[in-house]
Design a protein around this ligand. Structure first.
Ligand SMILES: NC(=O)C1=CN([C@@H]2O[C@H](COP(=O)(O)OP(=O)(O)OC[C@H]3O[C@@H](n4cnc5c(N)ncnc54)[C@H](OP(=O)(O)O)[C@@H]3O)[C@@H](O)[C@H]2O)C=CC1
Ligand SMILES: Nc1nc2c(ncn2[C@@H]2O[C@H](COP(=O)(O)O)[C@@H](O)[C@H]2O)c(=O)[nH]1
Length: 327
C-alpha cells in the first residue's frame, strides 16, 4: 500500500477563518438517530467506563458505549437508562450465550438504542452472524460492528446489516496484538482509516491510537464520524480502577480488555496493564476536547465539524513533535 502514515506524520493545512470567536464553532455530530456534543466516545473498557460515567455522559449529550464485561447486568442497565430517559448503548460478544442474550432482550422488549459487537478480529463469520441475529430480532437497534482494518471487512459487515463499523486492530495504548501476532493497523492507523473510509457507505468509528486532541480532528479529516478513545480517558477521578501513589504522585490503572487482568487467566493475552497519571475530572477533559476541536474547526475555515473533512494536509514523516514530548 502506498502513502502509509499515522497521526504523528500528518499536519492539516489551515484555511481562511470565517468566525470571530472559536465559541461559534459547532462540534456536534449526528450518529444514528441522535446528535451528540462531540464526535468522541470513551472506549468500552472496564477501566474507562462504568454505569455512573455512562449516566453522566448520556445526561450531558455525549455518546457512550457500555462495556460487556459484567454481562449479567446489561438488561437491567438498559432498563435503568431508559427509565431515566437516556440513551441505552451496550456491547456484546459473539459466543453462544450472547445469542441467547439477544433473544432475551427481544422477548422482554428491552431494546437498546445502540449495540456494539466488540471483538478483536471483526472480519469474521462470527460477527456477520451476530449482526444478522440482532437485525432479525431487534431491528430497531443501531448496530456497530468491529473491529476491522480493511475495506473488504467494512463492506462485508455493512452488507450483513451493520449500521456502522469500527476500525482499528492493534493501535491501542495497552494493545500488544501487533507484537504478539505481527498483525494490525498499529503504526498506520490513520492511513488504514482513510483506506476503510473510502469503501464505507455508512459511518466509521476510528478506534485506538489517539494520543492528542489534534488526532481527533485528523480522524475526522480521514473519514471518521466518531472517534473511540481509551488512554486519554483513563486516569480521571471518576475512572473505574485502582488508584496508586508513587513518589508522591497519584496514578490510576488502565488495562486492555484482552489482558490477563481482564480475562483472569493467561490465555490468548493481547493486552497489558499500565498506570497513567491521575488527570482530574472527566468534565474538564471533555470541555478541553470541545474547545480544541472548536479551534480545529476554525483552522479548517468553517463553523461546523464538516469543514475539517475537506482540508488539505501534508505528510511530515515522524517530525511534527521535533523530539518534544507530546505534553
Ligand atoms: N481493537 C483491537 O485491536 C483488539 C481489541 N481487543 C479487545 O479485547 C476484548 C476481547 O476480544 P476477543 O478475544 O475477540 O473476545 P472474546 O474473548 O469474547 O472472543 C470472541 C470470540 O472470537 C474468538 N476469537 C478471538 N480472537 C480471534 C481470532 N484472532 N481469530 C479467530 N477467532 C478469534 C474467540 O475464541 P478463542 O478465544 O477460543 O479464539 C471467541 O470465540 C474485546 O473487548 C476486544 O475489543 C482484543 C484484541 C485486539
Ligand atoms: N489489542 C488490544 N486492543 C485493545 C485491548 N483492549 C482495548 N483495546 C483497543 O484499544 C482501544 C483504545 O485505544 P487507546 O489507544 O485510545 O488507548 C480500545 O477501544 C480497543 O479497541 C487489548 O487488550 N488488546
Amino acid at each position: 500500500m502506498e502513502n502509509v502514515f499515522d497521526y504523528e506524520d500528518i499536519q492539516l493545512i489551515p484555511a481562511k477563518c470565517i468566525v470571530d470567536s472559536r465559541s461559534e464553532c459547532d462540534t456536534s455530530v449526528k450518529f444514528g438517530k441522535h446528535t451528540f456534543k462531540l464526535p468522541v466516545v470513551p472506549a468500552n473498557m472496564q477501566t474507562i467506563i462504568d454505569e455512573k460515567i455512562a449516566i453522566y455522559l448520556a445526561e450531558n449529550g455525549y455518546f457512550y458505549v457500555m462495556h460487556r464485561f459484567e454481562p449479567e447486568t446489561r438488561a437491567a442497565f438498559i432498563q435503568d437508562m431508559q427509565k431515566r430517559g437516556l440513551i441505552a448503548s451496550i456491547s456484546v460478544g459473539v459466543k453462544e450465550e450472547e445469542y441467547a442474550f439477544i433473544e432475551q432482550l427481544a422477548k422482554e422488549e428491552i431494546i437498546p438504542d445502540y449495540i456494539t459487537i466488540d471483538i478483536a478480529h471483526g472480519h469474521s463469520n462470527a460477527v456477520i452472524h451476530m449482526i444478522q441475529h440482532i437485525k432479525k430480532l431487534i431491528p430497531q437497534s443501531f448496530v456497530i460492528a468491529g473491529n476491522v482494518g480493511t475495506p473488504e471487512a467494512v463492506r462485508e459487515l455493512e452488507n450483513a446489516g451493520a449500521d456502522a463499523t469500527k476500525v482499528g486492530i492493534g493501535p491501542g495504548k495497552v494493545c500488544i496484538t501487533k507484537i504478539k501476532t505481527g498483525f494490525g493497523t498499529g503504526g498506520w492507523q490513520l492511513a488504514a482509516l482513510r483506506w476503510c473510509a473510502k469503501a464505507a457507505s455508512k459511518p466509521i468509528i476510528a478506534d485506538g491510537g489517539i494520543r492528542t486532541h489534534g488526532d481527533i480532528a485528523k480522524s475526522i479529516r480521514f473519514g471518521a464520524t466518531m472517534v473511540m478513545i481509551g488512554s486519554l480517558f483513563a486516569g480521571h477521578e471518576e475512572s473505574p480502577g485502582e488508584t496508586i501513589e508513587r513518589d508522591g504522585k497519584l496514578y490510576k490503572e488502565y488495562f486492555g480488555s484482552a489482558s490477563e487482568f481482564q480475562k483472569g487467566e493467561k490465555k490468548n493475552v493481547e493486552g497489558k496493564r499500565m498506570h497513567v497519571e491521575h488527570k482530574g475530572s472527566l468534565q474538564d477533559t471533555l470541555v478541553e476536547m470541545e474547545q480544541d476541536l472548536q479551534s480545529s474547526i476554525s483552522y479548517a475555515g468553517g463553523n461546523k465539524l464538516d469543514a475539517i473533512r475537506n482540508v488539505d494536509y501534508v505528510i511530515v514523516k515522524n517530525s511534527i513533535f521535533n523530539g518534544d514530548k507530546v505534553y
